[in-house]
Design a binder for this molecule. Structure first.
Ligand SMILES: NC(=O)c1ccc[n+]([C@@H]2O[C@H](COP(=O)([O-])OP(=O)(O)OC[C@H]3O[C@@H](n4cnc5c(N)ncnc54)[C@H](O)[C@@H]3O)[C@@H](O)[C@H]2O)c1
Length: 334
Protein backbone atom coordinates (compact mmCIF):
# COMPACT_ATOMS: atom_id res chain seq x y z
CA UNK A 1 0.00 0.00 0.00
CA UNK A 2 1.18 3.52 -0.74
CA UNK A 3 0.20 4.89 2.68
CA UNK A 4 1.57 3.12 5.66
CA UNK A 5 -1.29 2.20 7.98
CA UNK A 6 -4.92 1.96 6.95
CA UNK A 7 -5.49 2.38 3.21
CA UNK A 8 -7.93 4.92 1.82
CA UNK A 9 -10.71 3.11 -0.02
CA UNK A 10 -12.86 4.34 -2.88
CA UNK A 11 -15.93 2.17 -3.45
CA UNK A 12 -17.97 2.35 -6.63
CA UNK A 13 -21.58 1.25 -6.24
CA UNK A 14 -21.34 1.84 -2.48
CA UNK A 15 -25.04 2.72 -2.32
CA UNK A 16 -25.98 -0.67 -3.79
CA UNK A 17 -26.87 -3.89 -2.02
CA UNK A 18 -23.43 -5.51 -1.51
CA UNK A 19 -21.38 -2.30 -1.81
CA UNK A 20 -23.28 -0.68 1.07
CA UNK A 21 -22.70 -3.71 3.31
CA UNK A 22 -18.99 -3.54 2.46
CA UNK A 23 -18.94 0.18 3.28
CA UNK A 24 -20.72 -0.33 6.63
CA UNK A 25 -18.23 -3.04 7.59
CA UNK A 26 -15.20 -1.05 6.35
CA UNK A 27 -16.23 2.02 8.38
CA UNK A 28 -16.67 -0.17 11.47
CA UNK A 29 -13.12 -1.45 10.93
CA UNK A 30 -11.77 2.11 10.80
CA UNK A 31 -11.16 2.54 7.08
CA UNK A 32 -11.45 5.93 5.45
CA UNK A 33 -14.10 5.37 2.79
CA UNK A 34 -15.39 7.38 -0.16
CA UNK A 35 -18.15 6.31 -2.50
CA UNK A 36 -18.93 6.91 -6.14
CA UNK A 37 -22.49 6.00 -7.07
CA UNK A 38 -24.81 7.20 -9.80
CA UNK A 39 -27.88 6.25 -7.72
CA UNK A 40 -29.68 4.39 -10.48
CA UNK A 41 -33.03 2.73 -9.66
CA UNK A 42 -30.94 0.16 -7.72
CA UNK A 43 -28.92 2.64 -5.66
CA UNK A 44 -30.17 4.13 -2.40
CA UNK A 45 -28.36 6.26 0.16
CA UNK A 46 -30.71 4.96 2.87
CA UNK A 47 -28.57 1.81 2.86
CA UNK A 48 -25.68 3.79 4.29
CA UNK A 49 -27.78 6.18 6.38
CA UNK A 50 -26.24 5.10 9.68
CA UNK A 51 -22.68 5.91 8.56
CA UNK A 52 -23.42 8.74 6.10
CA UNK A 53 -21.56 11.32 8.24
CA UNK A 54 -18.42 9.20 8.29
CA UNK A 55 -17.94 8.79 4.54
CA UNK A 56 -17.56 11.00 1.51
CA UNK A 57 -20.14 10.49 -1.21
CA UNK A 58 -19.85 11.47 -4.87
CA UNK A 59 -22.96 11.16 -7.00
CA UNK A 60 -21.31 10.29 -10.29
CA UNK A 61 -21.62 7.99 -13.27
CA UNK A 62 -18.53 5.81 -13.84
CA UNK A 63 -19.09 6.30 -17.57
CA UNK A 64 -18.16 10.00 -17.20
CA UNK A 65 -14.41 9.71 -17.44
CA UNK A 66 -13.55 13.36 -16.77
CA UNK A 67 -15.67 13.45 -13.65
CA UNK A 68 -14.10 10.20 -12.41
CA UNK A 69 -10.66 11.70 -13.02
CA UNK A 70 -11.60 14.77 -10.93
CA UNK A 71 -12.76 12.56 -8.07
CA UNK A 72 -9.53 10.53 -8.16
CA UNK A 73 -7.48 13.73 -8.20
CA UNK A 74 -9.22 14.88 -5.01
CA UNK A 75 -9.47 11.53 -3.23
CA UNK A 76 -6.18 9.91 -4.26
CA UNK A 77 -7.42 6.48 -3.12
CA UNK A 78 -5.04 3.62 -2.28
CA UNK A 79 -7.63 0.99 -3.11
CA UNK A 80 -10.56 0.95 -5.50
CA UNK A 81 -13.29 -1.60 -4.86
CA UNK A 82 -15.44 -1.72 -7.96
CA UNK A 83 -19.02 -2.84 -7.27
CA UNK A 84 -20.91 -0.38 -9.52
CA UNK A 85 -22.77 -2.25 -12.22
CA UNK A 86 -26.06 -2.99 -13.84
CA UNK A 87 -26.81 -6.27 -12.09
CA UNK A 88 -30.12 -7.85 -13.02
CA UNK A 89 -30.07 -10.65 -15.61
CA UNK A 90 -33.74 -10.18 -16.60
CA UNK A 91 -33.20 -6.49 -17.30
CA UNK A 92 -30.18 -7.34 -19.44
CA UNK A 93 -32.41 -9.61 -21.51
CA UNK A 94 -34.96 -6.81 -22.00
CA UNK A 95 -32.32 -4.24 -22.90
CA UNK A 96 -28.59 -4.84 -22.66
CA UNK A 97 -27.32 -1.44 -23.80
CA UNK A 98 -26.82 0.07 -20.35
CA UNK A 99 -25.10 -3.16 -19.22
CA UNK A 100 -22.54 -2.80 -22.00
CA UNK A 101 -22.10 0.88 -21.20
CA UNK A 102 -21.76 0.70 -17.40
CA UNK A 103 -20.16 -2.69 -16.93
CA UNK A 104 -17.68 -2.45 -19.79
CA UNK A 105 -17.11 1.23 -20.61
CA UNK A 106 -17.49 2.29 -16.96
CA UNK A 107 -14.93 -0.32 -15.91
CA UNK A 108 -12.58 0.79 -18.67
CA UNK A 109 -12.75 4.37 -17.34
CA UNK A 110 -11.93 3.21 -13.82
CA UNK A 111 -9.03 1.06 -15.01
CA UNK A 112 -7.56 3.92 -17.05
CA UNK A 113 -7.99 6.40 -14.20
CA UNK A 114 -6.54 3.95 -11.67
CA UNK A 115 -3.52 3.51 -13.93
CA UNK A 116 -3.08 7.25 -14.25
CA UNK A 117 -3.21 7.81 -10.48
CA UNK A 118 -1.15 4.71 -9.62
CA UNK A 119 -3.46 3.07 -7.12
CA UNK A 120 -2.11 0.20 -5.00
CA UNK A 121 -4.98 -2.22 -5.53
CA UNK A 122 -8.00 -2.47 -7.83
CA UNK A 123 -10.54 -5.01 -6.61
CA UNK A 124 -12.67 -6.02 -9.56
CA UNK A 125 -15.99 -7.49 -8.43
CA UNK A 126 -17.25 -9.96 -11.02
CA UNK A 127 -19.72 -12.88 -10.54
CA UNK A 128 -19.76 -16.68 -10.66
CA UNK A 129 -22.16 -16.33 -13.61
CA UNK A 130 -19.18 -15.69 -15.93
CA UNK A 131 -18.35 -19.42 -15.82
CA UNK A 132 -21.73 -20.31 -17.29
CA UNK A 133 -23.74 -23.28 -16.06
CA UNK A 134 -22.35 -26.54 -14.69
CA UNK A 135 -24.48 -29.68 -14.37
CA UNK A 136 -22.10 -31.50 -12.00
CA UNK A 137 -18.98 -30.57 -10.07
CA UNK A 138 -17.64 -27.08 -9.42
CA UNK A 139 -15.83 -24.32 -11.25
CA UNK A 140 -12.40 -23.31 -10.01
CA UNK A 141 -10.68 -19.98 -10.65
CA UNK A 142 -8.92 -21.48 -13.67
CA UNK A 143 -12.09 -22.77 -15.35
CA UNK A 144 -12.79 -21.10 -18.70
CA UNK A 145 -15.37 -18.32 -18.85
CA UNK A 146 -18.53 -19.29 -20.76
CA UNK A 147 -21.08 -16.56 -19.96
CA UNK A 148 -24.57 -16.94 -21.42
CA UNK A 149 -26.68 -13.85 -20.63
CA UNK A 150 -26.02 -10.27 -21.73
CA UNK A 151 -25.37 -9.51 -18.02
CA UNK A 152 -22.80 -12.26 -17.55
CA UNK A 153 -21.14 -11.42 -20.85
CA UNK A 154 -20.76 -7.80 -19.74
CA UNK A 155 -19.27 -9.02 -16.44
CA UNK A 156 -16.91 -11.42 -18.25
CA UNK A 157 -15.80 -8.46 -20.35
CA UNK A 158 -15.19 -6.48 -17.14
CA UNK A 159 -13.17 -9.45 -15.85
CA UNK A 160 -11.12 -9.72 -19.06
CA UNK A 161 -10.48 -5.97 -19.16
CA UNK A 162 -9.03 -6.27 -15.67
CA UNK A 163 -6.87 -9.16 -16.82
CA UNK A 164 -5.59 -7.07 -19.75
CA UNK A 165 -4.68 -4.16 -17.47
CA UNK A 166 -2.88 -6.48 -15.09
CA UNK A 167 -0.92 -8.24 -17.83
CA UNK A 168 -0.30 -5.27 -20.10
CA UNK A 169 0.21 -2.38 -17.68
CA UNK A 170 0.94 -4.17 -14.43
CA UNK A 171 -2.10 -2.56 -12.78
CA UNK A 172 -2.44 -4.29 -9.38
CA UNK A 173 -5.74 -6.10 -9.82
CA UNK A 174 -7.49 -8.71 -7.71
CA UNK A 175 -10.47 -10.37 -9.36
CA UNK A 176 -13.35 -11.66 -7.24
CA UNK A 177 -16.16 -13.94 -8.43
CA UNK A 178 -18.90 -14.18 -5.78
CA UNK A 179 -21.96 -16.42 -6.00
CA UNK A 180 -25.60 -15.27 -5.56
CA UNK A 181 -25.94 -12.93 -2.57
CA UNK A 182 -29.01 -12.44 -0.42
CA UNK A 183 -29.79 -10.49 2.74
CA UNK A 184 -31.18 -7.16 3.97
CA UNK A 185 -31.42 -4.18 1.60
CA UNK A 186 -31.47 -6.20 -1.64
CA UNK A 187 -33.49 -4.43 -4.31
CA UNK A 188 -36.80 -6.29 -4.50
CA UNK A 189 -36.47 -7.43 -8.11
CA UNK A 190 -34.09 -10.28 -7.17
CA UNK A 191 -35.42 -13.76 -6.38
CA UNK A 192 -35.40 -13.85 -2.58
CA UNK A 193 -36.91 -10.38 -1.89
CA UNK A 194 -39.49 -10.95 -4.65
CA UNK A 195 -40.60 -14.15 -2.92
CA UNK A 196 -40.76 -12.47 0.49
CA UNK A 197 -42.63 -9.40 -0.75
CA UNK A 198 -45.16 -11.33 -2.82
CA UNK A 199 -45.73 -13.88 -0.06
CA UNK A 200 -46.26 -11.17 2.56
CA UNK A 201 -48.89 -9.63 0.29
CA UNK A 202 -50.52 -12.99 -0.61
CA UNK A 203 -49.70 -12.43 -4.27
CA UNK A 204 -48.73 -15.13 -6.80
CA UNK A 205 -45.00 -15.88 -6.71
CA UNK A 206 -43.57 -16.23 -10.20
CA UNK A 207 -41.13 -19.16 -10.58
CA UNK A 208 -39.30 -19.66 -13.84
CA UNK A 209 -39.76 -23.00 -15.67
CA UNK A 210 -40.18 -25.87 -13.22
CA UNK A 211 -38.12 -24.17 -10.50
CA UNK A 212 -35.32 -26.73 -10.67
CA UNK A 213 -32.51 -24.24 -11.42
CA UNK A 214 -29.83 -24.30 -8.75
CA UNK A 215 -28.01 -21.31 -7.24
CA UNK A 216 -25.31 -21.07 -4.59
CA UNK A 217 -26.54 -18.71 -1.85
CA UNK A 218 -24.14 -16.44 0.01
CA UNK A 219 -25.24 -14.17 2.85
CA UNK A 220 -24.29 -10.58 2.00
CA UNK A 221 -22.40 -9.91 5.26
CA UNK A 222 -20.22 -12.95 4.56
CA UNK A 223 -19.50 -11.72 1.04
CA UNK A 224 -18.50 -8.24 2.25
CA UNK A 225 -16.31 -9.76 4.93
CA UNK A 226 -14.56 -11.90 2.31
CA UNK A 227 -13.85 -8.81 0.20
CA UNK A 228 -12.33 -6.98 3.18
CA UNK A 229 -10.22 -9.98 4.12
CA UNK A 230 -8.96 -10.20 0.56
CA UNK A 231 -8.13 -6.51 0.68
CA UNK A 232 -6.07 -7.20 3.80
CA UNK A 233 -4.53 -10.57 2.87
CA UNK A 234 -5.10 -11.17 -0.86
CA UNK A 235 -2.37 -11.30 -3.45
CA UNK A 236 -2.36 -8.90 -6.38
CA UNK A 237 -2.91 -10.64 -9.71
CA UNK A 238 -4.99 -13.43 -8.16
CA UNK A 239 -8.58 -14.48 -8.77
CA UNK A 240 -10.74 -15.69 -5.88
CA UNK A 241 -14.15 -17.36 -5.98
CA UNK A 242 -16.40 -16.36 -3.07
CA UNK A 243 -19.10 -18.92 -2.37
CA UNK A 244 -20.90 -20.65 0.46
CA UNK A 245 -21.27 -24.22 -0.78
CA UNK A 246 -25.00 -23.81 -0.04
CA UNK A 247 -26.88 -24.91 -3.14
CA UNK A 248 -30.64 -24.76 -3.42
CA UNK A 249 -33.13 -25.26 -6.22
CA UNK A 250 -35.20 -22.11 -6.75
CA UNK A 251 -38.37 -24.00 -5.89
CA UNK A 252 -36.81 -25.13 -2.58
CA UNK A 253 -36.02 -21.50 -1.72
CA UNK A 254 -39.64 -20.51 -2.45
CA UNK A 255 -41.05 -23.35 -0.34
CA UNK A 256 -38.69 -22.59 2.57
CA UNK A 257 -39.76 -18.94 2.63
CA UNK A 258 -43.46 -19.79 2.34
CA UNK A 259 -43.14 -22.19 5.21
CA UNK A 260 -41.31 -19.67 7.41
CA UNK A 261 -44.00 -17.08 6.67
CA UNK A 262 -46.82 -19.57 7.19
CA UNK A 263 -48.11 -19.02 3.65
CA UNK A 264 -49.61 -21.67 1.32
CA UNK A 265 -47.71 -23.24 -1.58
CA UNK A 266 -50.74 -22.44 -3.74
CA UNK A 267 -49.15 -18.97 -4.15
CA UNK A 268 -46.50 -20.54 -6.41
CA UNK A 269 -47.09 -19.72 -10.05
CA UNK A 270 -44.82 -21.35 -12.61
CA UNK A 271 -44.10 -18.96 -15.48
CA UNK A 272 -42.40 -19.30 -18.88
CA UNK A 273 -38.70 -19.91 -18.35
CA UNK A 274 -36.13 -17.13 -18.66
CA UNK A 275 -34.51 -17.29 -22.13
CA UNK A 276 -31.09 -18.95 -21.94
CA UNK A 277 -31.62 -19.69 -18.24
CA UNK A 278 -28.44 -21.22 -16.75
CA UNK A 279 -29.33 -24.45 -14.96
CA UNK A 280 -26.80 -24.50 -12.12
CA UNK A 281 -23.89 -22.44 -10.77
CA UNK A 282 -21.38 -23.92 -8.38
CA UNK A 283 -17.92 -22.71 -7.45
CA UNK A 284 -15.02 -24.15 -5.51
CA UNK A 285 -13.84 -22.01 -2.58
CA UNK A 286 -10.74 -24.07 -1.79
CA UNK A 287 -8.45 -21.23 -2.84
CA UNK A 288 -9.94 -18.49 -0.65
CA UNK A 289 -10.10 -20.92 2.28
CA UNK A 290 -6.45 -21.95 1.89
CA UNK A 291 -4.90 -18.58 0.99
CA UNK A 292 -7.06 -16.14 2.99
CA UNK A 293 -8.52 -18.34 5.69
CA UNK A 294 -12.05 -17.18 4.87
CA UNK A 295 -15.13 -19.39 4.92
CA UNK A 296 -18.79 -18.34 4.80
CA UNK A 297 -20.24 -18.37 8.32
CA UNK A 298 -23.98 -18.03 7.77
CA UNK A 299 -26.12 -21.11 7.31
CA UNK A 300 -28.96 -20.70 4.81
CA UNK A 301 -31.76 -21.18 7.37
CA UNK A 302 -30.22 -18.54 9.66
CA UNK A 303 -29.58 -16.08 6.80
CA UNK A 304 -33.09 -16.49 5.38
CA UNK A 305 -34.71 -15.95 8.78
CA UNK A 306 -32.68 -12.78 9.32
CA UNK A 307 -33.54 -11.58 5.81
CA UNK A 308 -37.26 -12.21 6.25
CA UNK A 309 -37.26 -10.40 9.59
CA UNK A 310 -35.51 -7.45 7.98
CA UNK A 311 -38.04 -7.21 5.11
CA UNK A 312 -40.98 -7.49 7.49
CA UNK A 313 -39.52 -4.68 9.62
CA UNK A 314 -38.65 -2.57 6.57
CA UNK A 315 -41.61 -3.20 4.30
CA UNK A 316 -42.07 0.58 3.93
CA UNK A 317 -38.71 0.69 2.14
CA UNK A 318 -39.90 -1.96 -0.35
CA UNK A 319 -43.15 -0.08 -0.82
CA UNK A 320 -41.21 3.04 -1.87
CA UNK A 321 -39.84 1.00 -4.80
CA UNK A 322 -43.22 -0.35 -5.87
CA UNK A 323 -44.09 2.04 -8.67
CA UNK A 324 -40.87 1.28 -10.52
CA UNK A 325 -41.16 -2.41 -9.68
CA UNK A 326 -44.71 -2.83 -10.96
CA UNK A 327 -43.69 -1.39 -14.31
CA UNK A 328 -40.82 -3.85 -14.43
CA UNK A 329 -42.81 -6.88 -13.23
CA UNK A 330 -45.39 -6.33 -15.93
CA UNK A 331 -42.65 -6.32 -18.60
CA UNK A 332 -41.00 -9.48 -17.24
CA UNK A 333 -43.90 -11.66 -16.14
CA UNK A 334 -46.65 -10.18 -18.34
N1 LIG B 1 -26.11 -9.46 -5.98
C1 LIG B 1 -25.48 -10.59 -6.29
O1 LIG B 1 -26.00 -11.67 -6.04
C2 LIG B 1 -24.11 -10.55 -6.93
C3 LIG B 1 -23.40 -11.76 -7.04
C4 LIG B 1 -22.12 -11.72 -7.61
C5 LIG B 1 -21.60 -10.53 -8.04
N2 LIG B 1 -22.31 -9.37 -7.95
C6 LIG B 1 -21.68 -8.13 -8.40
O2 LIG B 1 -21.49 -7.34 -7.25
C7 LIG B 1 -21.65 -5.95 -7.58
C8 LIG B 1 -22.72 -5.34 -6.70
O3 LIG B 1 -23.95 -6.04 -6.88
P1 LIG B 1 -25.26 -5.58 -6.11
O4 LIG B 1 -26.18 -6.73 -6.09
O5 LIG B 1 -24.90 -4.88 -4.87
O6 LIG B 1 -25.82 -4.52 -7.15
P2 LIG B 1 -26.94 -3.41 -7.00
O7 LIG B 1 -27.70 -3.43 -8.28
O8 LIG B 1 -27.69 -3.55 -5.72
O9 LIG B 1 -26.10 -2.05 -6.89
C9 LIG B 1 -25.38 -1.53 -7.96
C10 LIG B 1 -24.97 -0.11 -7.55
O10 LIG B 1 -24.20 0.44 -8.64
C11 LIG B 1 -24.68 1.76 -8.90
N3 LIG B 1 -24.44 2.05 -10.33
C12 LIG B 1 -25.04 1.44 -11.39
N4 LIG B 1 -24.59 2.00 -12.54
C13 LIG B 1 -23.70 2.95 -12.19
C14 LIG B 1 -22.90 3.88 -12.92
N5 LIG B 1 -22.96 3.93 -14.26
N6 LIG B 1 -22.09 4.70 -12.24
C15 LIG B 1 -22.02 4.69 -10.88
N7 LIG B 1 -22.78 3.85 -10.13
C16 LIG B 1 -23.61 2.99 -10.78
C17 LIG B 1 -26.16 1.72 -8.55
O11 LIG B 1 -26.68 3.01 -8.30
C18 LIG B 1 -26.16 0.82 -7.31
O12 LIG B 1 -25.96 1.57 -6.14
C19 LIG B 1 -21.96 -5.92 -9.07
O13 LIG B 1 -20.77 -5.69 -9.76
C20 LIG B 1 -22.50 -7.31 -9.36
O14 LIG B 1 -22.27 -7.67 -10.70
C21 LIG B 1 -23.56 -9.36 -7.39
Amino acid sequence: MRNKGIPKILVTGGAGFIGSELVRQAVRRGYEVSIIDKITYAGDLKRIGEIRERIKFYKADICRKKLIDEIFSVEKPDVLIHFAAETHVDRSILDSQVFIKTNIEGTYNLLETSRKYGISCFINIITDEVYGEIREGQFTESSPLNPNSPYSVSKASQDMLGRAYLRTYGLPIITLRPSNNYGPWQYPEKLIPVIIFKALNDQPIPVYGDGSNVREWLYVADCAEAVLQILEKGKVGEIYNIGSGIERKNIEVVKDILSLLGKPESLIQFVKDRPGHDYRYSISTKKIEADIGWKAKTQFEEGIERTIKWYVANIDWVNTKLRELKKYWSRIYG
